[in-house]
Design a protein around this ligand. Structure first.
Ligand SMILES: C[S@@+](CC[C@H](N)C(=O)[O-])C[C@H]1O[C@@H](n2cnc3c(N)ncnc32)[C@H](O)[C@@H]1O
Length: 220
């Protein structure tokens, strides 16, 4: 099922890469989601963001840069998608700030420690293994933003167990059709990871005390 949803999204993104109107409409869909994620993780222009799973139209990567000014690297394990993505980025005049690279998010040799924020697209597969590998590789203080589907659509996406990102803060996306929430995990200095201490009120995000409290159950 996850592979089928990736194929469908890629078709929509192919159309968006060829039509300014479709690109604009799809980009509008992502804008609220991205703004919420930026506020949740307090992303600034000094961050270097890695987006895992950019597709043909890396809307998220582009909007992260356009809204914050941060440098963004976006990877995808589909070579054709990356070639298309590079053209979309070039057409927008953003090649200096947004780099699209052919790479699998599960590659253990990839230098995840170069980034201060790692963002996971909803369709990343297999989510559990990649999140677990990235958590090991990143430096303390690095933030992970992990999108999760709406509960009714969870069967269509790669699963993530509750224990992988327990005690995370999260934001819910009421207006998005398939993205239910984004979880924020910050790697702590010590091996024992404490609950996050993000000032409350800064964003419309709530903290949860255990995995079972996630807005969309992450273990099915
Ligand atoms: C269709 S995109 C959606 C992202 C959307 N364009 C955005 O800007 O947020 C999802 C992409 O994730 C990619 N993907 C899935 N699993 C991946 C992995 N393990 N490593 C890298 N890319 C992956 C798929 O190839 C697909 O192109």
């Amino acid at each position: 099922m996850p592979r089928r949803i990736i194929g469908l999204t890629q078709k929509i993104e192919y159309l968006a890469s060829r039509s300014k109107l479709i690109y604009w409409a799809a980009s509008l869909y992502y804008r609220n989601v991205i703004q919420g994620e930026i506020d949740l993780a307090n992303i600034t222009r000094d961050d270097h963001i890695l987006c895992i799973g950019g597709g043909i139209c890396p809307f998220s990567a582009i909007l992260f840069h356009q809204i914050t000014g941060a440098k963004v690297t976006v990877i995808d394990n589909c070579e054709d998608c990356i070639e298309e993505a590079q053209q979309v980025i070039a057409r927008l005049g953003l090649s200096e700030y947004v780099h699209a690279v052919w790479q699998d998010g599960g590659n253990r040799e990839f230098s995840f420690s170069d980034f201060s924020v790692v963002h996971f697209a909803l369709q990343v597969f297999p989510m559990e293994g990649i999140v677990s590998n990235v958590k090991k590789q990143i430096l303390p203080g690095t933030k992970l933003l992990v999108r999760r589907p709406k509960k009714c659509l969870s069967i269509m996406y790669s699963q993530l167990s509750g224990s992988s990102l327990a005690c995370c803060r999260y934001i819910t996306h009421q207006k998005a059709c398939n993205i239910g929430s984004t979880l924020l995990y910050i790697k702590q200095e010590r091996a024992h990871e404490k609950k996050l201490a993000i000032p409350s009120g800064a964003v419309a995000a709530r903290s949860v005390d255990s995995a079972v409290s996630f807005p969309c159950p992450v273990a099915v």
